[in-house]
Design a binder for this molecule. Structure first.
Ligand code: 4NP
Length: 166
C-alpha cells in the first residue's frame, strides 16, 4: 500500500508546523497506523534552517507528552511532487506556497490545504503565529492544533477525500 505523505508548513518551521508534525505523528502512532504515513514539516522562510524548534514550543509540547524533535528546513520544489497533502498554518503561508507551486512543473500532485479548515472547536481562521508573543500563545497554538490535526486525520482516513478550499 502506498504511504500517504503529509507536510505541515508555517513561516519559520520552528513553532507551528513542527508542533503540528509531532501531534500528527503521535496520533497515528497511538492509532497503530504510523507505518501508513510519511510526515514532515517545513518553513516558507529560510532564517532558521537547521535549528531545533523554538524552546518555548518544545517546552509547552513536552507538558502534553508531545516530543518535538525536528530540525527546521525550507519548503522545496520536490515537496510539491512527493507530498499528498501540504497543510499551511495561515493565509500568508498559503499565498507563499501557492506562488511557489505556480512556478513548479508537476506541482498539481500535492493538495494545498489550510490547517484551520479542519478545525471543529475553534473559530480562528488561521493558526496564530506565537513567535513574538508570550508563553500562553504557545499553549493556545497547541490547543488549536490538537483539534485541527485530529480532524484532518479523521477526514483523510474516513473519506480518502479532501475538504474543498473555499
Ligand atoms: P513559525 O513561527 O512560523 O510558527 O515557525 C515563526 C518563527 C520565526 C519567525 C516568525 C514566525 N521569525 O520572524 O523569525
Amino acid at each position: 500500500m502506498d504511504k500517504t505523505a503529509v507536510l505541515f508548513v508555517c513561516l519559520g518551521n520552528i513553532c507551528r508546523s513542527p508542533a503540528a508534525e509531532a501531534i500528527f505523528q503521535n496520533l497515528i502512532e497511538d492509532k497503530g497506523i504510523g507505518n501508513q504515513f510519511i510526515v514532515d514539516s517545513a518553513g516558507t522562510g529560510s532564517w532558521h534552517v537547521g535549528k531545533k524548534a523554538d524552546s518555548r514550543m518544545r517546552f509547552a509540547a513536552k507538558q502534553r507528552n508531545i516530543n518535538i524533535t525536528s530540525n527546521a528546513r525550507q519548503i522545496r520544489e520536490d515537496d510539491f511532487r512527493t507530498f499528498n497533502y501540504i497543510l499551511v498554518m495561515d493565509n500568508s503561508n498559503f499565498k507563499n506556497v501557492i506562488n511557489l507551486k505556480n512556478r513548479i512543473k508537476g506541482s498539481d500532485f500535492a493538495k494545498i490545504l489550510k490547517m484551520q479548515d479542519f478545525s471543529s472547536n475553534f473559530n480562528e481562521k488561521e493558526v496564530p503565529d506565537p513567535y513574538f508573543g508570550g508563553d500562553a500563545g504557545f499553549d493556545y497554538v497547541l490547543d488549536i492544533l490538537e483539534d485541527s490535526v485530529s480532524c484532518f486525520l479523521k477526514n483523510i482516513t474516513n473519506f480518502k477525500d479532501v475538504i474543498p478550499l473555499e
